[in-house]
Write a protein that binds this ligand. Structure first.
Ligand SMILES: *[C@@H]1O[C@H](CO)[C@@H](O)[C@H](O)[C@H]1NC(C)=O
Ligand SMILES: *[C@@H]1O[C@H](CO)[C@@H](O)[C@H](O)[C@H]1NC(C)=O
Ligand SMILES: *[C@@H]1O[C@H](CO)[C@@H](O)[C@H](O)[C@H]1NC(C)=O
Length: 354
């Protein structure tokens, strides 16, 4: 019944929107998807080991007046998200209780997925970093997924410090470097700003929007996704070579996934707690092996196999249209009506599989 209602609202929306006109949005401050799915206990949607992660900056080690954060340890990296979620909770109170509508949830939930599916582990197997039998909380610098996530954790976190959201001076945080390739990363606000000025600027803009009372939920999503894309641009350039450590299936999936994220951005997918958690259930529950007959893997759900097919198809379309598909998609998504329609469709798909 909910499906039918959603379709009715799509159709009614399409018919009535042109009549009402696009400028008369009286609901600018409300989330695009107003109806929050019923989850008996929100903490079921939290990432793995969330309760063991640091809650506040004072839970981290402090040396010479600076907090020292080991970004190569799952609890400490995930903890930076937890601190960030806590510090930004007050800006999302007006949308829903319990910080459920905080759009920063997307980041820790995907990081949690990377952790529990073994994607943060050393893919070369030269060390036991991140492997269940070894140092399971270790995050390997050789993991493509971990490097990708570094830019989506260090930058949002340090830019938050820089923008004053954390209430501490910007020189009070130091991230520990990995044991190699230090030049590809940055470890404090000033060095991140000089090495990756564009991405840091975009994250900073997101926090400025957050602090402004006049920002709508859509404005926040727009600036969040702009920052997300900007962080990923750095990764695309720097870490291509890591993919050779994986099976062809996994490397293809990683590449397709990154492309898919580029397409999700113009859609302004609302990365809130429950939605992202539902979405995450469609992702492969372990690293893909060369023996996996993707996309028909027997220990994956229909949803998970469908996601593999979908992201692969997207890659094929993108490749054969010479990125024209992306330009068309971006243009289409500039229309609020088209965007809401696609979000509704995605909503129906998520409901169907969950
Ligand atoms: C939700 O679940 C957590 C852990 O499973 C539990 O500690 C908490 O009391 C539960 N909250 C409610 C409101 O039931
Ligand atoms: C933020 O963290 C503090 C300290 O752990 C806690 O008391 C507070 O309830 C948290 N706030 C939110 C909104 O989660
Ligand atoms: C930031 O890191 C750079 C090199 O990574 C270092 O030279 C600089 O002193 C650090 N700045 C602060 C404020 O810690």
């Amino acid at each position: 019944m909910t499906f039918h209602l959603s379709w009715v609202s799509v159709i009614v929306g399409c018919i009535s929107a042109p009549l009402v006109g696009t400028t008369s949005n009286s609901d600018l401050h409300l989330p695009l998807w107003k109806e929050i799915p019923v989850v008996s206990n929100l903490s079921d949607a939290y990432p793995p080991l969330w309760k063991d992660c640091p809650d506040q900056l004072s839970d981290y080690k402090k040396e010479n007046g600076k907090y020292i954060i080991n970004s190569w340890h799952y609890l400490e990296r995930q903890g930076t998200y937890k601190v960030l979620l806590n510090a930004t909770a007050k800006y999302f109170e007006k949308f829903a209780p319990e910080n459920e509508q905080n759009i920063l949830w997307g980041l820790p939930i995907f990081h949690g997925w990377q952790y529990h599916t073994g994607r943060l582990a050393d893919p070369t197997r030269k060390t036991d970093c991140g492997h269940k039998a070894g140092d399971s909380l270790c995050i390997s610098v050789d993991s493509w997924w971990a490097d990708l996530n570094f830019y989506l954790s260090a930058m949002p976190f340090l830019a938050a410090v820089d923008s004053g959201i954390m209430g501490i001076p910007s020189d009070k945080i130091t991230l520990l470097p990995p044991y190699k390739d230090q030049m590809s990363f940055c470890f404090n606000v000033s060095s991140c700003r000089s090495s990756f000025p564009e991405a840091m600027k975009k994250w900073n803009e997101f926090y400025q929007h957050l602090k402004s009372d006049s920002s709508s939920f859509d404005d926040l999503l727009k600036s969040l996704w702009a920052a997300h894309v900007s962080s990923l641009e750095v990764v695309h350039k720097n870490f291509q070579n890591r993919l050779r450590y994986y099976s062809k299936q996994e490397a293809d999936f990683g590449r397709n996934w990154a492309l898919f994220a580029d397409y999700l951005a113009p859609l302004l997918f609302p990365t809130t707690l429950v939605r992202t958690n539902e979405f995450q259930k469609g992702l492969p529950t372990r690293i893909l092996l060369s023996s996996d007959p993707a996309p028909f893997i027997s220990d994956f759900t229909v949803f998970q196999n469908s996601v593999l097919i979908a992201v692969n198809l997207l890659h094929i379309v993108h490749k054969y249209t010479g990125t024209l598909s992306f330009i068309v998609w971006k243009t289409l998504m500039m229309s609020k009506i088209a965007r809401e329609l696609f979000l509704e469709i995605l909503e129906i798909v998520l409901h169907y599989f969950n």
